[in-house]
Design a protein around this ligand. Structure first.
Ligand code: FES
Length: 176
């Protein structure tokens, strides 16, 4: 009797109460499922795995005074410039539209092949449409004495940032 629809002809096995009960349970199961999915998603946070921004460049003595090293251009787009009193790292990204300039040692300048911007070895722009100097990148030494370049930390000359610690690493043979 309880399984027959109230007032019905007996064709329906499920009563309205049964249907409501099943619907309720389905709702609860659905909510539990959604909650479970959310919990599992929490265990696997969406993280962008990007390449590390820092790299080691070996000991400072590896670089000769007066050298503009291109050893790290292919992999990191970074020049390392050695002077008598220290070193700095220059970003190989043109400040006009982002092309990669080339180093012309004989002319002592970087030249961008895209629109002709020129930069001195310091990184300062002097010709073409580039609106500002190349950026310098953070250069420090690790505990084991190697140079460490951090591409995520940039220093802009026009903002007076080249004078900041990290934009230039003082180094001389005597300071090994
Ligand atoms: S991108 Fe270098 S001059 Fe335009």
């Amino acid at each position: 009797m309880a399984n027959l629809q109230e007032g019905g002809s007996g064709e329906h096995i499920w009563s309205r109460r049964n249907l409501l009960g099943v619907g309720g349970w389905l709702g609860i199961l659905g909510a539990l499922h959604a909650g479970g999915v959310a919990m599992v998603a929490l265990l696997f946070p969406r993280v962008l795995f990007e390449p590390p921004t820092t790299f080691k460049a070996g000991p400072p003595s590896r670089f000769n005074v007066g050298e503009v090293s291109e050893r790290f251009m292919m992999e990191y787009r970074v020049w390392i410039v050695r002077e008598e009193g220290g070193l700095y790292a220059l970003s190989g990204i043109c400040t006009h539209l982002g092309c990669t300039p080339r180093w012309f040692g004989a002319e002592d300048k970087f030249k961008c092949p895209c629109h002709g911007s020129g930069f001195r070895r310091s990184g300062v722009n002097f010709e073409g449409p580039a609106p500002r100097p190349l950026e310098r990148l953070k250069i420090t030494r690790s505990d084991d004495g190697e140079l460490v370049i951090d591409k995520a930390v940039k220093y802009r000359h026009e903002l007076g940032e080249w004078a900041k610690p990290g934009a230039y690493l003082k180094y001389s043979r005597a300071s090994v």
